[in-house]
Design a protein around this ligand. Structure first.
Ligand code: HEM
Length: 154
């Protein structure tokens, strides 16, 4: 019986999938620091949207972590989208996981917005944390299923 050809391991997909999980992890670290950090008592200093009052300029110290959280979040979401595009469709599981991660990261940015405009409603904050973890989980599955294991764990 003819053997089914293994889908080719695509380096750009692996690199992007890895960058996605690294960046999402970083946004999460900054987010937790934001909610428990020393800058202000509550996790919200900048109530403007989408940018803090300084716009694209250098943020004031009290806005710094929120500014960085939003900035890295935008970069992370862009890399998650790029991963969903670049992962080849013939690696079905990886493609599916990457597309799900892209959909959920969009929801996460919207929930981030709600976190700000509701002034840290507990339900919204809880959703923001759990959705962030879900994005990370699907990013990890993408990386795994994109085939890195085939190359290094044989
Ligand atoms: C990739 C996208 C994002 C991820 C993975 C992410 C993740 C997180 C995490 C894990 C926390 C800590 C939650 C906690 O300790 O309870 C957090 C906090 C926070 N995030 Fe995000 N976030 C993202 C995007 C955004 C965006 C776009 C905004 C919009 C401004 C935002 C606003 C906030 C705020 C205000 C907090 C502080 C909440 C608090 O004080 O409890 N996040 N984020």
């Amino acid at each position: 019986m003819a053997q089914r050809a293994e889908p080719e391991l695509k380096k750009s997909a692996i690199v992007l999938a890895f960058a996605s999980i690294g960046l999402v992890y970083t946004v999460m670290l900054i987010g937790v620091f934001l909610s428990n950090g020393p800058i202000h008592e509550k996790g919200i200093a900048c109530t403007d949207w989408p940018l803090c009052p300084n716009g694209f300029g250098v943020p004031e110290e009290r806005y710094l972590f929120e500014y960085v959280h939003r900035l890295v979040a935008v970069i992370a979401a862009s890399v998650v989208y790029a991963t969903a595009i670049v992962v080849p469709s013939d690696i079905k599981k990886a493609k599916r996981a990457a597309v799900i991660a892209a959909v959920i990261v969009t929801a996460q940015v919207i929930i981030g917005y709600l976190t700000v405009i509701t002034g840290l409603n507990p339900l919204v904050v809880a959703s923001h944390l759990s959705t962030g973890i879900t994005v990370f989980a699907f990013g990890l599955l993408t990386f795994w299923w994109a085939g890195i294991w085939r190359k290094y764990w044989h």
